[in-house]
Design a protein around this ligand. Structure first.
Ligand SMILES: [Fe+2]
Ligand SMILES: [Fe+2]
Length: 481
């Protein structure tokens, strides 16, 4: 079988030769009905019968890997797709650096690897659950289609992780695969594993911020797992990254379009001061200070996903060759890091201080720094939109210590500028920096569905180009099909 092309002859599309891997095929077919039950219960609410113009992967060739067509979401061909194997590939870091990459799970690292796969796998269905009500308030058919595209691909990412569990981790893997369908975002008894994936996604601005900031955490995690010496994990993550790029596109352009619309409306109404919040809101658009607060919230929640700044787990994963750094093979050093240091932000005597730490235990912090840099570039592109519209306002990422629940700053309160304040002071200023109930109510009031092809809700601008080069009035979702 040609690894580039996807085999659609089995129930589960794949490029891993499942047709000849009977045992794994049987296990996945056994898991399939539970997955469909989960999708029907927890997937997009109210649109399971609609025809959606979706892309489906037909190849893992970087050029032209997808085709577009109308599909009912429960009939989407979720599949198992790995990037092609490179026979020469080596373990590129840690104590096994230079050995041939592993095609089977090394016995001594079995538990660690399983944990990495399960944590990644758990985030995929979680976001589908978080976003399941948004279809009902979509600002356009274009946006609705993008939401559903993200959702079906997160579903496929779950398949990708479940394949690894079923193929390489025996009975434990099967149990973990079942648990991935059992946990639910925000559930009291069986929540998802990571904090940001138990938060609500109540409106479309949250969705765009989530796909910009939280899917970007996903990108960083996938990038570092794509470096793994365990080759099947690396290959899975490499293909997932090609899909992930679209999720971040949805977030970045979504926020851009909101900013553009707000600025246009302000200009048209002759409002020069972005802080005239009530006047701006009266135009039915989202004021820029509220955009900043939403950004503060989603960025800080996403920083928590990187874990503690100093972590022996991170060091162990790296030493073992299981999880590398962002763009590991492009970094010019010994890729063992045994004698290196890395500067970490810590609380020292009540002050935020940069401290030297062994580079190995500081790997979470390093990945988070790479993430921050990636976010900052996107924020600058947003600022260009505001600047071009002639509005005097800049969005800024808040300080690392702001609004944290994990790591060094979990027990302090800091402003977006990184000034430590008392709990009492924080209580007074909290609503200046994070969305208040009133802000949430205002945004909710704008969330009226628009389902006429080519039309957009008042608070968001039309996109520059359509999906798959479709014209502006293309019917991306046939709702009542
Ligand atoms: Fe994903
Ligand atoms: Fe994603």
């Amino acid at each position: 079988m040609n690894i580039m092309n996807v085999d659609y002859t089995t129930k589960i599309p794949n490029n891993v030769n499942l047709a000849e891997d009977r045992q794994v095929l049987k296990a996945l077919e056994g898991w399939h009905p539970g997955y469909l039950d989960w999708w029907n219960d927890m997937g997009p609410d109210g649109f399971q019968e609609s025809l959606v113009y979706l892309r489906t992967a037909i190849s893992v060739d970087p050029k032209g890997w997808a085709k577009f067509d109308y599909v009912r979401m429960p009939e989407y061909r979720w599949g198992v797709l790995l990037a092609p194997q490179d026979e020469q590939r080596l373990v590129n870091f840690g104590q096994h650096k230079g050995e041939k990459a592993w095609q089977e799970v090394p016995g001594e690292y079995r538990a660690m690897l399983r944990r990495l796969v399960v944590i990644q796998g758990d985030t995929e269905p979680a976001s589908v659950e978080q976003q399941r009500h948004l279809g009902k308030t979509a600002p356009s058919l274009y946006d609705m289609r993008n939401l559903f595209q993200v959702n079906v691909e997160e579903g496929r990412h779950l398949w990708a992780m479940v394949y690894l569990l079923q193929k390489y981790f025996g009975r434990d893997g099967r149990e973990e695969a079942d648990d991935l369908l059992r946990r639910r975002s925000g559930d009291e008894d069986a929540p998802r594993m990571l904090g940001a994936f138990n938060e609500a996604t109540p409106d479309w601005l949250s969705f765009f911020m989530f796909t910009f900031f939280t899917d970007r955490d996903g990108k960083m995690q996938l990038e570092s797992l794509a470096q793994s010496g365990f080759d099947p994990l690396s290959r899975t993550c490499r293909f997932m990254l090609t899909e992930e790029a679209h999720h971040m596109f949805v977030g970045e352009t979504g926020v851009s379009r909101v900013l553009q619309r707000t600025c246009e409306a302000m200009k048209a109404a002759g409002i020069e001061d972005p802080n005239e919040i009530e006047r701006v809101r009266a135009l039915g658009v989202i004021d820029l200070p509220t955009m900043q607060k939403k950004m503060n919230l989603h960025y800080s929640l996403s920083l928590d996903l990187f874990g503690s700044e100093v972590s022996t787990n991170a060091a162990n994963f790296y030493n073992a060759g299981l999880k590398g750094r962002f763009q590991e093979t492009k970094i010019d050093d010994d890729h063992r890091l045994t004698n290196d240091i890395y500067k970490v932000l810590k609380m020292v005597d009540g002050k935020i201080t940069l401290v030297d730490e062994p580079a190995l235990t500081a790997l979470n912090m390093r990945l988070r720094d790479d993430y921050t840099e990636d976010c900052a570039k996107g924020v600058e592109r947003w600022n260009k939109v505001i600047e071009k519209a002639g509005v005097n306002f800049r969005l800024e990422l808040p300080h690392t210590a702001f609004h944290r629940q994990i790591g060094e700053f979990a027990n302090v309160q800091a402003t977006p500028k990184g000034i430590i304040v008392s709990e009492a002071e924080w209580a007074k200023v909290r609503d200046d920096y994070l969305p208040s109930t009133a802000d949430g109510d205002f945004i909710a009031s704008l969330m009226v569905p628009v389902s006429e092809p080519g039309k957009f809700a008042n608070w968001i601008a039309a996109p520059k180009v359509g999906i798959d080069n479709k014209p502006g009035d293309f019917e991306y979702v046939k709702i009542a099909a």
